[in-house]
Design a protein around this ligand. Structure first.
Ligand SMILES: [Zn+2]
Length: 158
């Protein structure tokens, strides 16, 4: 896919593991890449988790509005390396069951691309749970966790 190779590249990230970086300047609202992977049910996603027992809370899942999950470990592309940030420069946009990662502000060449994972957990929001999904994005207003701000019970998922 030419868009992928032209606009972004993957390299070691200061935030976590691998990251995705802008290879050129981008305007706000540009589609960067589609988040692709195998489409599975939530039950299957829970059965497969964790992908890496040594890093159990590292997820390559993206939950769709209908509750299904995209597992980017299988059939995924570079988008699976995009890290979370509490002050992201990209947003995921779901269009007819497909996820497109778009810029939400202008991005300079060399910037790491991020979006807010907004993870949702069935477990009660405790300090221990927050710590398991600790965020190290370094944003001034980092909320300290990759979990969404929603209250427990509002949504069901991972
Ligand atoms: Zn953060």
């Amino acid at each position: 896919m030419t868009l992928e190779t032209a606009a972004i590249h993957v390299e070691t990230s200061p935030v976590h593991g691998q990251g995705v970086f802008a290879a050129r300047h981008m305007a706000a609202g540009e589609t960067v890449i589609e988040y692709v992977g195998e489409r599975i049910s939530m039950a299957e996603a829970i059965a497969r988790h964790p992908h890496d027992p040594g890093d159990p809370n590292h997820t390559f899942y993206f939950q769709l509005d209908n509750g299904d999950v995209i597992d980017a470990v299988r059939q995924g592309n570079a988008s699976k390396w995009i890290n979370h940030s509490c002050r992201p420069n990209c947003v995921p946009d779901e269009v007819k069951g497909r996820i497109f990662i778009k810029t939400c502000r202008p991005v300079f060449r060399g910037e790491e691309l991020t979006f807010d994972y907004g993870l949702v957990s069935d477990e009660p929001m405790t300090e221990a749970l927050k710590a398991r999904y600790a965020c190290r994005c370094g944003a001034k207003k980092c909320r300290g966790t990759m979990l969404a701000k929603t209250l427990p019970g509002e949504q069901t998922s991972l």
